[in-house]
Design a protein around this ligand. Structure first.
Ligand SMILES: Cc1cc2nc3c(=O)[nH]c(=O)nc-3n(C[C@H](O)[C@H](O)[C@H](O)COP(=O)(O)OP(=O)(O)OC[C@H]3O[C@@H](n4cnc5c(N)ncnc54)[C@H](O)[C@@H]3O)c2cc1C
Length: 340
């Protein structure tokens, strides 16, 4: 008899707001597809879980992004995020369908929801993971090896949940890539109706005031020019290069701590995780806490005057020199290429 009788498949919480699905749900579905392919003998599927109100029409998008099934929980009490009702609904979904593992984005919502659900189910949860693998040594179960930074990002710990199901994890947005949409991909939509005890509601949403986001969201920018402490006294030229490339400037924590940049553009373990096509690191040493937030960029160009700088270990192209000399040349060259 299998160790965890009845538990099956990898489930992904598909976060949405006002009907707009956050990319992290699709990123996790793409990663879950890779994981199930590693264990064909287990016959696992990828299942998306969509909670909200008037969101049933979004189920096909989730299937087109790779889910084999989508469980839709559509209820007026789920229109806006509520810790209580989302926890109630998700716990009931998990009790009813028995997922072997359950992945959630490490967003503000996911970080609130996943631990509560895990506590209700007495399940293990690994928070803020950066890597998920299938244990190749286990043949009769799908044991996840979930890696996350620890001790201030100086070490990585791999955590297993061998005794309980589902194995739960939250993963930051942009850690995994998103597979292309396949409108021909077919899947099943299952409607689940939870029961709520709304007489016990403790928090009532009276009004939602949308946060006004100022400046550019660096996680959405396809080209980033990162300023480190070595570029603190020439941030104007870093910004100008970013602008010339049609991208945005971001910064290391040193630059933020020194008061030269806003925390909103900090990249790294305690900042944002980014995955642009091009990341130009200017005067950034390459500390592991910074690298954790940008190492998945497609192309990394590093400019640093220290040939031993750690950043060169992960750069595709390294330029040894002074940013104040190189960046103006780079800007001119980009201009010339654009004009040609
Ligand atoms: C718990 C914890 C969380 C953290 N989270 C983050 C995080 O999210 N993001 C993050 O970035 N850091 C984070 N850090 C800090 C991290 O450890 C480093 O201290 C930080 O990334 C260093 O930033 P830096 O590379 O810009 O500065 P420095 O380490 O000071 O490096 C500056 C670099 O610039 C080069 N340089 C100097 N002048 C020039 C010049 N004129 N031309 C070219 N090169 C030059 C130097 O050779 C050097 O390599 C965290 C640390 C801890 C303990």
């Amino acid at each position: 008899m299998a160790k965890f009788e009845g538990y099956k498949d990898i489930y992904v919480f598909v976060e949405q707001k006002n009907g707009n699905i956050a990319n992290v749900g699709y990123e996790l579905i793409s990663e879950a597809r890779k994981l199930v392919k590693q264990i064909p003998h287990m016959n696992f599927e990828v299942v998306g879980v969509l909670l909200g109100h008037h969101i049933a029409s979004k189920a096909n998008d989730v299937i087109a992004h790779g889910a084999d099934k989508v469980i839709v929980v559509d209820h007026e009490l789920l229109e806006n995020y509520s810790t209580q009702f989302y926890t109630d609904a998700l716990t009931q979904v998990i009790n009813a369908f028995k997922p072997d593992s359950f992945l959630t984005g490490a967003t503000v919502l996911g970080r609130d929801l996943a631990p509560r659900v895990a506590a209700r189910l007495n399940a293990g949860l690994t928070a803020d993971a950066t890597k998920i693998e299938m244990d190749p040594e286990k043949e009769d179960e799908a044991l996840l090896l979930v890696t996350r930074p620890t001790f201030g990002g100086n070490l990585f710990g791999t955590i297993i949940c061998p005794d309980t199901r589902p194995q739960m994890a939250t993963i930051r947005p942009n850690v995994f890539s998103m597979d292309p949409v396949d409108p021909a991909h077919e899947g099943e939509v299952i409607v689940f109706n939870p029961s709520f005890d709304d007489t016990e509601a403790k928090v009532v949403v009276k009004e939602i005031i949308e946060k006004v986001v100022e400046g550019i969201d660096i996680t959405k920018s396809d080209i980033l020019v990162g300023a480190g402490r070595g570029a603190e006294d020439c941030l104007d030229i870093v910004e100008a290069v970013a602008e010339e490339l049609g991208g945005a400037m971001c910064a290391s924590r040193a630059v933020v701590d020194d008061g030269f940049a806003d925390k909103a553009i900090q990249v790294g373990q305690t900042g944002k995780t980014v995955r642009p096509s091009l990341y130009i690191a200017c005067g950034i040493s390459g500390a592991c806490q910074h690298v954790a937030g940008m190492e998945k960029s497609d192309m990394i160009i590093a400019i640093n005057r220290d040939p031993q700088a750690e950043i060169f270990n992960i750069a595709n192209i390294g330029i040894i020199g002074d940013v104040k000399e190189i960046l103006p040349l780079l800007k001119e060259e980009i201009k010339n290429v654009k004009a040609a």
